[in-house]
Design a protein around this ligand. Structure first.
Ligand code: AVJ
Length: 335
């Protein structure tokens, strides 16, 4: 089955929206400057992230894959003919293939939608999955905010309602703060899920701070390159060389009290970022030496925080699958 990519959701994706979003998040006082996390995921960013998932230091992917290997059959048994799987931020699909293989073994007619940000990467990863007879593969290009309403519309009028399972793996839930993630899960349910639908969520758990810090500042420097590439992507989006990468460094910190890793760009010297507006005027953003620009959070969860998250999002826990070796948790939640 050739993957079919929809481009309905492309519209807002390269336009002035993104430019404004980036400029607004930068044009703040010292301490409040940020760059939206999605800039990390252009074509090169997706490739670098895939490299990260193969690193020993980045324990998350292996921990999740070990659980999935063990539980894929149980997971597939929760689906039936006509069920739809939607993966938010599908990536390389290495771990997803464990699930799809199990569905194929159980001969279930299931449609799988992979939502991600780069068309070529999406096509390449879907193409690498091999042939399925029962599972149908679909690519969906865009952000969550674009893909989710589109999917919702696709299935809105289905009667009986289409049975759905949403995959939110790889600790993607950690990229927003705890309140935002709870709100996102709640909204997701309200928008496109019915009672009996499932959400599979991968939580990285709190653990030895050194292990976490090493995962986000690996010895090969792949994470550093992944983060720094975000500045190149910002320049592409802005259409101007606003950032000189050589004047910035990657600042990686694990805040164990808050249970989160924080990624910043650190200015190596005093400078003024300048953006030439179409109207003719210039936006000038001065930076001090050592000033930080936030780009990414990676929140870690304790058992209590997982329970709290599910309660706040009004989800029931159907399964709770742990990895004994490396604290990591897959939760199958039911609406
Ligand atoms: C893909 C968002 C789960 O936060 O662990 C990896 C991204 N950033 N190394 C994470 C990431 C730095 C990753 N997520």
């Amino acid at each position: 089955t050739p993957p079919s990519s929809t481009d309905q959701s492309l519209d807002a994706f390269n336009g002035d929206d993104l430019v404004d979003t980036i400029l607004e998040s930068l044009d703040k006082q010292e301490g409040n400057k940020s760059i939206p996390t999605f800039v990390l995921y252009d074509k090169r960013g997706l490739q670098l992230f895939d490299e990260i998932t193969h690193l020993d230091d980045y324990y998350l992917t292996n921990a999740e894959m070990e659980i999935l290997k063990e539980r894929a059959d149980q997971l597939a048994a929760r689906l039936h003919d006509g069920s739809v799987i939607i993966e938010l931020g599908a990536g390389s699909l290495r771990k997803t293939s464990l699930i799809l293989d199990a569905i194929e073994r159980q001969k279930l007619k299931v449609t799988y939608y992979a939502l991600d940000l780069d068309q070529q990467e999406l096509e390449r990863s879907l193409g690498s999955l091999g042939d399925f007879t029962h599972v149908r593969l679909m690519g969906l290009l865009g952000t969550y905010d674009q893909g989710i309403p589109w999917l919702n519309q696709q299935f809105a009028s289905a009667d009986p309602p289409t049975h759905k399972m949403i995959l939110w793996l790889g600790s993607s839930i950690g990229n927003q703060n705890r309140r935002e993630s709870a709100m996102f899960l709640h909204r997701l349910q309200q928008m496109c899920l019915q009672p009996g639908d499932f959400l599979l969520i991968g939580f990285d758990k709190r653990k030895d701070p050194v292990k976490i810090k090493t995962a986000y500042d690996d010895s090969l420097g792949t994470t550093r390159e992944f983060i720094m590439n975000g500045l190149d992507h910002v320049n592409v989006i802005l259409g101007q060389a606003v950032f000189d990468r050589s004047k910035f460094d990657y600042d990686s910190r694990y805040q164990s009290d808050l249970g989160r890793h924080v990624a910043h760009y650190r200015a190596c010297e005093n400078m003024v970022l300048t953006y030439q507006r179409r109207a003719g005027d210039q936006l000038r953003i001065p930076l001090h030496k050592d000033e930080l620009i936030h780009v990414e959070y990676s929140y870690k969860y304790s058992d209590e925080e997982i329970t709290h998250m599910l309660n706040a999002a009004q989800l029931d826990k159907a399964e709770d699958w742990a990895n004994g070796k490396t604290p990591y948790q897959l939760v199958l939640a039911e609406c």
